[in-house]
Design a protein around this ligand. Sequence first.
Ligand code: ADP
Ligand code: ZN
Length: 407
Amino acid sequence: MDVNSQYLHPQYETLSREEINKLQTQRLQETVNRCANVPFYARKFKEMGINAQDIKSPEDVRKLPFTTKQDLRDSYPFGLAAVLLDKCTRLHSSSGTTGNPTVILHTQNDLEEWANQVARNLWMVGLRPNDVFQNSSGYGMFTGGLGFQYGAEKVGMLTVPAAAGNSLRQIKFITDFGTTAIHAVPSYLTRLYEVMQEQGVDPRRDTKLKVFAIGAEPHSEEQRQRIQNMFGVKAYNSFGMSEMCGPGVGFECQEQNGLHFWEDYYIVEIVDPDTLEPVPDGEIGELVLTTLRREAMPLIRYRTRDLTRVLGRTCPCGRNHVRLDRMKGRSDDMMVLRGVNIFPIQIEKILMMFPELASNYLITLTTDRALKDEILLTPIVKLVPKGSLPVSEGKAVRVVDKRKVYQ
Ligand code: ADP
Ligand code: ZN
């Protein structure tokens, strides 16, 4: 570990496109071989008449079947395991934001590789063993807890498993321990700032904070700017999902020009959610990920339902791992109002333009049958006293859909 290097894993982070292609081809073949142990995949490969020898380039991933969240649910709990349970050392379950939980298994090696990804990210944004990392994220089944814990420890930082909530205690830890970096969901940081203000704590004057890792929920560029301006701290977007491991999958570098998705660990595809055909770079589509290193539960062409687009495949930071735009939201979060598709972060973007407004908001959808066909769509904006909207300790709940009552 060379603390002066800007890369934690230079041999992987600075691969050329050619080298990435070569590595991905080899690792995809390994993954296909591993998946042959999973009856679900073995059956599909047989039906499609495909095996590892048919993989000659990363694009050949398109010859392979998709995997959906429903497939994970149908295989609950251990149906997609590619190794014996004796080999597994950890089980996580997705938080079930959008339905029944799913189970994800890890071998010891999977946990090691997961920690490597998180450590690489934290190193990338300038954190080093002499930093103090406070993980203000839910622990337990939610992967943001243990995922960042092991990654930050791997960097060698003093790591504080503060967990979510209890802002007064968070602030005490920040000031007493000299915390330099925090991981939290963005909606929580805006709340933390309010409590700091109430307590007369000025983050610029009274803390050593310099880096935030924010993620696990969609947020707008405007919300990021707001958080950065409040604290005087750089906030880096962190993308993860339990099905891939947890946090660590994609992270912004110091250029803050999109999330680098680690192509030594995943094959990244963006597809049209209807036709499932690849979309050109720059066009929004559904993110599809294939794991390249996972042993316990490799997943092929997993449909994440997250919508994003490719921004580029090179970067001034020297990493050629694909850069993706911040997630627009999940296809499940999309509100269809009079045929217009709207995502909560589009509304958030507008709200953040008013500095006099606090950062929390709740969108309530209702239907008035009598008026339905008469009125144009005009949102009713109701200002409520600061602090009166519920603040979740985990991912923020932004939409309440009362329309279902009428259906
Ligand atoms: P659940 O699916 O139950 O919410 P996860 O914790 O695995 O459990 O959530 C992963 C999802 O969280 C992603 O698919 C994505 O929708 C969302 N997410 C994670 N990180 C980000 C981020 N940085 N920006 C936007 N959305 C994110
Ligand atoms: Zn970069």
